[in-house]
Design a protein. Structure first.
Length: 191
């Protein structure tokens, strides 16, 4: 059952790349719509001259991560079908690559929206990634061994990218607080 579920999730992730992934826009009116396939092949269409710069930034920023996610999809699908170990690692690669792709999209645009293709691919990677630790926890439970290593594996995959965002947010808040403090309480010149 887990092989079928894992393979189905990887197949859904691969098909999700053909669906609309999202739209990004900039403050000068440029707007680019793209699918996962266009992002992976670095062929995002640009309608106007304004869109060319935004398209280039999007392809350079998010394209490599989308390509890594698609490679993880293909490898994970093959490993799942063959019943070989490693599909969980491919799913982990896909989850992390999709999250970094999202961060890159946010960095290159002023506004945007994510469509069904992105969310379906991310959800498929999560499902495929949960199959391996759940199977491992069940096996360890039956063998009366510690179940914490596979749980740690799941946490390690999901939290580092989120942790980067939280750490960056905390650093920004601390920097702003120091800047405000210095503006309100200027230093006295030393005599």
């Amino acid at each position: 059952m887990s092989r079928v579920l894992s393979a189905t999730a990887f197949a859904a992730a691969a098909l999700a790349f053909m669906l609309p992934f999202g739209v990004v826009s900039s403050c000068d009116g440029a707007e680019v719509h793209f699918t996962g396939t266009e992002l992976v092949t670095f062929s995002v269409p640009a309608d106007d001259a304004q869109d060319v710069e935004l398209r280039g930034s999007l392809e350079r920023g998010a394209g490599p991560f989308a390509l890594a996610a698609l490679i993880g999809t293909a490898l994970g699908l093959v490993l799942s079908i063959l019943g070989r170990p490693g599909a969980g690692r491919c799913a982990a690669l896909g989850v992390v690559a999709m999250q970094f792709s999202l961060y890159a999209m946010v960095l290159v645009s002023d506004d945007g929206d994510l469509f069904v293709g992105f969310w379906l691919a991310l959800a498929s990677f999560v499902v495929a990634g949960l199959v391996s630790p759940i199977r491992e926890v069940r096996g360890r439970g039956r063998a009366r061994r510690s179940v914490w290593p596979p749980i740690g594996y799941g946490v390690a995959v999901l939290f580092p990218p989120i942790g980067l965002v939280v750490a960056g947010s905390v650093a920004l808040i601390v920097w702003l607080a120091r800047a405000i403090w210095r503006a309100v309480h200027p230093r006295r010149p030393a005599y």
